[in-house]
Ligand binder design. Structure first.
Ligand code: ADP
Length: 662
């Protein structure tokens, strides 16, 4: 929550944003933080009880404020804005409580014009002006002149200027006075101690800086990884710290607030919703299969190693996988325990030991085996939980300055030219595609790049940005150390286990399920367009890029470079692309994986392949594929697109096999 510097109840004059809107004055609770001056509706009857986040009525960014000054009193104000008459001991008027009269106006000028605020006492007005001047003291747009009188009914009473933003007519006296005072006295960000008067005015706990949330509650998240800001709009994240979400969207960047009141954008994939989420625990690995868990536990080889993962067969449930070994069992044994839940929402692994939460259950079994093969001694984590890619190098940064790039080595040459490995700002690994002139319809691609940057999934090769100010243009993406999947399958010496092959298909299927959900077509899914990172994770690359290729041999289905072997009949015959044509290609990609990188229909040329596919011929079962695996790929090659499964269905079939066969 932003630390509140001052808080008071004032009267706020409406800003007459439209010339015709009537003037009104409303009591509001004003809050000043280092970054915002906000005002809220306040339930005066109930002394503030019922102050909700949705009660925020507006705010002004401190950095936009150009001037803070008093305003000359109104002529003939109504009683509620009248100063006490001589002899009236204002501060002792207990019953007309302080918040009934607001005779002391001041103005906060910002880009939308002046905001007029009326204080109940002179002392409080002074304090606010002083404090506001202190927080704006480094603002770049501070003005030297101001309007000492109100802007009312379309003009300033002091100078008759009609534009709300008209330059001030009087030089600020305080310019060399109070601002300097602000500078020298208010170095600390601590709020001043409240006067008894203020104590009286705000007795209820204050709300956190509100989000424009309709739910009425601000979302709290916890950081799963550290994040260093990449540009001025970003907010730093510290693993384990909590943040409030001010603006949440379906996009990969959210506006957040840290506990010191700093605001900025964060990558949404770096945080998880609440402290209750299991993701913050080292022992929890989301999205890993039974066989992956087994592999990790064996690799670690520690007696009592354990992993908590989502149960692949039972949605919404968790499984604890435990490794135990002993002198009589040096090979080691792995057991998987499904976390059971009673109707009263209590969790257990072994009967009789019931817990209110999974972390409590794990803590218990860290100390007691209580029926398990071993007590839970060593949390084993997936991929050491390295930070995921962000959707761009900082919020809103899609044009990358080529001066920030260092080229380190050439990775290969593709459809569009040379691809190099390099660093961004000397620190982040990136791949740089240097687009050979004439190979791509660049303007169309550049238009679409902003949209494509918002596609962000852990199994998609992330697009980081583009360099379009020079020729050739560059496309900057996530770097994948093990290169393209096709070569990885063909060249790698290691013999893949069936579980690893299935894992590759699962990775691709996850990415495709995501693209399907975004109604985004890949159009050229194949092993050559997938890449493998340093941890062996396969990610889908070059999605949607085929639309920008300028090469007739590639774009025409009769062309020699058209991906005929990955295309269904309706594409070959009528160029009819859909997510179901991507499904067909996915089936062929599974076939490539299980045949370790063979060329599909290897004995046919392109036109023979087209003919055979249209006649109903399909690829055979590769040796490494079980009947069940083959059934999945085969289902992708149904003649009728509507009969082919969706990626969601494919993924669940793959997960079923992962749990049962591997
Ligand atoms: P194009 O899209 O221009 O056809 P490719 O994506 O096929 O180019 O890239 C050519 C080669 O460069 C690939 O086979 C791969 O070895 C390498 N490469 C491409 N992108 C990356 C990347 N992001 N990380 C690592 N290597 C890459």
């Amino acid at each position: 929550m932003a630390s509140v510097i001052l808080e008071s109840i004032f009267l706020k004059r409406s800003q007459q944003k439209k010339k015709t809107s009537p003037l009104n004055f409303k009591k509001r609770l004003f809050l000043l933080t280092e970054s915002k001056l906000s005002y809220y509706e306040y339930d005066f009857e109930r002394g503030g009880v019922g102050l909700t986040l949705s009660s925020k009525k507006g705010s002004v960014d401190v950095e936009k404020i150009t001037c803070v000054e008093t305003v000359a009193p109104e002529n003939n104000p109504p009683p509620e804005r009248q100063a006490p008459r001589k002899g009236e001991d204002y501060n002792n008027m207990e019953q007309i409580s302080i918040i009934e009269r607001f005779p002391y106006p001041f103005q906060v000028v910002y880009d939308e014009g002046p905001l007029y605020i009326f204080s109940p006492t002179e002392e409080l007005r002074k304090r606010w002006i002083h404090q506001l001047k202190s927080v704006i003291r480094y603002n770049s747009d501070l003005v030297q002149k101001y309007h000492p009188c109100f802007w009312i009914d379309g003009q300033y009473l002091c100078c008759s200027q009609t534009a709300k933003n008209a330059m001030g007519c009087q030089i600020l006296e305080s310019r060399n006075g109070s601002l300097k005072v602000g500078r020298s006295h208010r170095k600390t960000k601590k709020p001043l101690p409240p006067t008894p008067e203020e104590d009286q005015m705000v007795m209820k706990p204050l709300p956190p800086e509100p989000a424009p949330s309709t739910a009425g509650e601000m979302k709290k998240v916890v950081a799963l990884y550290n994040y260093e800001p990449m540009n001025a709009q970003d907010l730093q994240l510290q693993k384990g710290e909590e943040y409030f979400i001010l603006e949440e969207s379906h996009l990969p960047w959210w506006k957040a607030l840290d506990k010191n009141g700093r605001e900025g954008y964060i990558p949404s994939n770096y945080v998880t919703e609440t402290r209750n989420s299991l993701e913050i625990f080292e022992w929890y690995s989301k999205n890993i299969t039974r066989s992956q868990a087994e592999q990790l536990l064996k690799q670690e080889g520690k007696e009592g190693g354990f992993i908590v993962r989502d149960s692949t067969s039972k949605t919404g449930k968790y499984t604890v996988s435990v490794y135990a070994k002993s002198s009589v069992d040096p090979q080691g044994t792995i057991r998987h325990y499904v976390v059971c839940c009673t109707p009263q929402n209590q969790y257990y692994l072994a009967e009789k030991h019931l817990f209110n939460s999974i972390p409590e259950l794990i803590t218990y079994h860290q100390h007691n085996s209580a029926g398990l093969i071993s007590r839970l001694k060593y949390p084993v984590s997936q991929h050491k939980k390295s930070a995921p890619s962000t959707a761009g190098l900082g919020y809103g940064s899609w044009e990358i300055d080529p001066k920030d790039l260092t080229f380190l080595k050439e990775l290969g040459t593709g459809q569009f030219g040379v691809v190099k490995y390099g660093k961004w700002r000397g620190q982040y690994n990136v791949a740089i595609k240097m687009i050979r002139e004439g190979s791509m319809s660049e303007d169309e691609f550049i238009d679409e790049a902003k949209v494509m940057m918002n596609l962000s999934h852990e199994k998609l090769v992330q697009l980081y940005g583009v360099c379009t100010k020079q020729r050739p243009i560059f496309i900057i993406t996530e770097y994948m150390a093990n290169g393209c999947l096709l070569n990885f399958l063909r060249e790698t010496r290691q013999r893949f286990q069936p579980a690893q092959l299935l894992e590759m298909c699962k990775d691709v299927c996850e990415a495709m399920e995501y693209l399907e959900s975004k109604q985004f077509l890949h159009r050229d899914l194949a092993a050559r367009n997938c890449l493998v990172n340093d941890q062996g994770i396969v990610k889908v690359s070059d999605f949607g890029l085929s639309r920008y290729v300028l090469d007739d041999e590639y774009t025409s289905s009769m062309g020699s470079k058209f991906p005929v072997r990955w295309s269904p009949p309706e594409v070959l015959l009528y160029s009819k692309f859909s997510s179901k044509s991507d499904v067909w290609s996915f089936g062929v990609l599974m076939w490539e994986v299980y045949s370790l990188g063979k060329m599909p229909y290897e004995r046919f040329n392109n036109s023979e392949t087209t003919e055979h596919v249209i006649q109903g011929l399909r690829l055979y079962r590769p040796q490494a594929a079980s009947e069940r695996v083959y059934a999945i790929m085969y289902s992708c090659w149904h003649e009728k697109p509507e009969e082919r499964p969706t990626f969601t269905v494919l993924l669940s079939s793959i997960l079923d096999i992962a749990d049962e066969e591997c």
